[in-house]
Ligand binder design. Sequence first.
Ligand SMILES: C[S@@+](CC[C@H](N)C(=O)[O-])C[C@H]1O[C@@H](n2cnc3c(N)ncnc32)[C@H](O)[C@@H]1O
Length: 283
Amino acid sequence: MTSQTINKDETKVRQAVREHYAGAARNVSGCCGGGGEKGSTCGCGHSASASEPSTKALYSAEDFNALPEDVTNISLGCGDPVTLASLKPGQTVLDLGSGGGIDCFLAGKKVGPTGKVIGVDMTPEMLDKARANKVKVGVENVEFRLGEIEHLPVSDSSVDVVISNCVINLSTDKPQVLSEILRVLKPGGRMAVSDIVTSGDLPAEVKASMSAWAGCIAGAMDADEMTTLLKETGFTNIALKPVYFSEEMVADAIQQADYTGSLTSEDLLKTVFSANISAEKPE
Ligand SMILES: C[S@@+](CC[C@H](N)C(=O)[O-])C[C@H]1O[C@@H](n2cnc3c(N)ncnc32)[C@H](O)[C@@H]1O
């Protein structure tokens, strides 16, 4: 078993993560959108900007600009899993940790009226936000469910593609999350995930920080360990491609995590990065 079988207080971490994202959902107008104070806590290292959400750079302008501000202002990811997934009409898609719903709405467009998208999130305030956003977007084929990604409220072998954006790093039980993904995927189904991973180990002081967990740093898994874990879980055709963060984004993440240790943003930039991760369930 990898070092990600955490010897941490799992309940404490889960509570810190849930509180952090409940706060992000409640304060959305002062979070990533207009009027926010620079440095107020939002999500995975994206500080509030008075101008526009920093996640805008992760998406194509066409996709991003077509969504209402209520959706884009609560975009807290670290990549674009929908583009990575190359979705087709008619597919069933599951989004782990769907937040305010941005990737569900983008996926819903790709799979069309004959497909469907299920978003799962453990934070009730986020679900409320996502459901309100669904009304604003006016889509029929997207549904949001309350649940934990370690215990998915989804039946076996029922999903074509699992997507997720900056969420698996927040889990204290990554082996269980990957087992759940394998369980719900149809044979031949695929996962396409954007997430934070590391190259090597993070200092103990970072791993012990609850705000660094909620800010998507402390729980990030070593990239090689993630690849090994995917293999051990039973996935095939595994690919993990780094998408490096800008120094500004890492500096934001450190600030949001209230990190005061010895590691500089330059050090962290070499160690922590976003990756596109894909893998398949064997036929
Ligand atoms: C960084 S935000 C990303 C939200 C969304 N994917 C996006 O790109 O905007 C993380 C989200 O995952 C949810 N989350 C974190 N850990 C979870 C878990 N173990 N089970 C279900 N949801 C979780 C949080 O409530 C939050 O909404």
